[in-house]
Ligand binder design. Structure first.
Ligand SMILES: CC(C)=CCC/C(C)=C/CC/C(C)=C/COP(=O)(O)OP(=O)(O)O
Ligand SMILES: [Zn+2]
Length: 477
């Protein structure tokens, strides 16, 4: 037999080859062992070979383990029992998958809108997010949120900064993430009182301060410039019908920029990484949450078919997005070599509607994602989670449900007017239409049905549409 001693100088690929050889030979020999058994004998030499190969195979596999592969093994150990069985003992849908625990999730999100113990003071700056995640999660579950209208208006009237934009609460400096969550919450709460609580003129000036000479946006004055900034700003501008023209006091004007969209597509283009994904800022590691921000932003600037083709390499993007869907888990991870997590059901799963509006095909495994969410991400006491063993929170509840909604619906983008890429009126709220319920290969039944979620604004369609319409019909600020 060839010398199978493992030399430390061997490359991992040589070792891998050796494992595969060893495995093949063990299989061959095992087969022949069965044949010999049938014939009533197995040679001593064959048995020695089997024993030897078994003894070298295990150490080689151990040596190839890395920190990442071990965490991945640990993840499979917790996820697989949920995919193969029903450890939470939930009733099953007609496809044998745990049913959506709608009432428990509603109760969890209602609680998330209530009071918090003092230890949660650290989350104070994220208060707008807690409101948004909870309201959007409830809406996705078909729960009527109108009872929260007054509270939402009150909360955000206090969090609105006198110079524009929103902070985490009264007296806090404005931040684009808080501003994004506040505007989406107010759009969901709806009606004139909510819309009129927003100081749009100050918002225009505030956003003007965030616009950078290179085309991107910072998250706060003097803060980091990243793709979240661009997405948050464009979502707010589109929903509030903020003028595209930069305000006179915008610092970017001193660098020759006149419009909020000047240089924006080019800046987002630079965020596409070498592997096809999208990163927070040019040159960084690609991540699913940033991919959604980048694609969402391009889909607001103009029709995805035009903007994605103009600014991105769609082929490598599709390759990278598809590679985020984990096997055998079925859910998505956020970046290469990382773990499956229920929130990426939206951040990555939600990218497909935009990509499919620019291409045509159906390129992801909706039923595998559904299985992961329903089997692995429902917390026993309500709310949804990252993966089995984790605790529920409003963030994971909102984005698991948004991802589940994406698996169940198809959308179309129909621009009814010709849009100039450099100077559109950011009309995206009008152009996305619900195409229908996705039935092919479905593993969810009526008890698991989730409301449609706007593919870009991640609120109910009617909330995005009504808010934009209100401001479009209003004269001046
Ligand atoms: C609209 C808006 C403001 C969007 C922001 C979206 C968002 C969730 C950004 C987080 C991105 C990020 C690098 C997570 C890594 O976390 P990790 O290292 O804990 O997780 P991982 O291992 O899954 O990458
Ligand atoms: Zn997560």
């Amino acid at each position: 037999m060839a010398d199978a001693e493992i030399s430390p100088a061997q490359s991992p690929s040589n070792r891998l080859e050796e494992i595969l050889d060893a495995s093949d030979r063990i299989e061959e020999l095992s087969d022949s062992e069965n044949d010999y058994e049938d014939m009533g004998s197995v040679t001593q030499e064959e048995q020695a070979n089997i024993d030897y190969l078994e003894s070298v195979r295990i150490p080689i596999i151990d040596e190839l383990k890395t920190e990442t592969s071990e965490v991945q093994d640990d993840t499979l150990e917790v996820v697989l029992p949920f995919l193969e069985g029903n450890p939470n003992d939930y009733p099953l849908n007609i496809f044998g998958i745990p049913q959506l625990q709608r009432e428990k999730h509603i109760a969890f999100l209602k609680q998330a809108l209530g009071d918090y113990p003092s230890g949660f003071a650290l989350l104070d700056a994220s208060r707008p997010w807690l409101v948004y995640w909870s309201l959007q999660g409830l809406s996705a579950l078909y729960y009527d949120i109108s009872q929260y209208r007054e509270r939402v208006i009150h909360t955000f009237s206090l969090a609105q900064h006198p110079t524009g934009g929103y902070g985490g609460g009264f007296g806090q400096l404005p931040h684009l993430a808080a501003t994004y969550a506040a505007i989406l919450s107010l759009a969901m709460a709806g009606e004139i009182e909510a819309y009129e609580s927003i100081n749009r003129k100050n918002m225009w000036h505030y956003l003007g301060q965030m616009k950078q000479p290179d085309g991107g946006f910072t998250m706060a004055a003097g803060g980091e410039e990243d793709i979240r900034g661009a997405f948050c700003a464009l979502v707010v501008m589109s929903l509030l019908h903020i003028p595209l023209e930069l305000p006179p006091d915008a610092p970017a004007r001193q660098h020759g920029l006149t419009s909020f969209t000047d240089g924006l597509g080019e800046w987002i283009s630079k965020c596409q990484s070498f592997d096809g994904g999208m990163s927070a800022a040019p040159g960084n590691e690609a991540h699913g949450a940033y991919a959604f921000c980048g694609l969402g932003c391009l889909a607001i600037i103009g029709p995805p078919k035009e903007t994605l083709n103009k600014y991105l390499n769609i082929d490598t993007l599709i390759h990278w997005l598809a590679a985020r869907q984990c096997s055998p888990e079925g859910g998505y991870n956020g970046r290469t070599n990382k773990l499956v997590d229920g929130c990426y059901s939206h951040w990555v799963g939600g990218c497909w509607s935009i990509v499919e509006a620019a291409t045509t095909s159906d390129m992801w495994n909706r039923s595998a994602l559904t299985r992961y969410i329903l089997s692995g991400c429902q917390f026993k006491r309500g709310g949804l989670i990252d993966k089995p063993g984790k605790r529920a929170d409003a963030y994971h509840t909102c984005y698991n449900l948004a991802g589940l909604s994406a698996t169940q619906h198809t959308y179309t983008y129909e621009a009814t007017m010709q849009i100039d890429l450099g100077g559109s009126a950011l009309d995206a709220p009008y152009y996305w239409k619900l195409d229908g319920v996705h039935e092919e290969g479905k593993v969810w039944d009526e008890t698991d049905h989730i409301a449609e979620v706007h593919p870009i604004f991640v609120v109910p369609f009617k909330a995005a549409h009504a808010c934009r319409k209100y401001f479009e019909e209003k004269e001046g600020f």
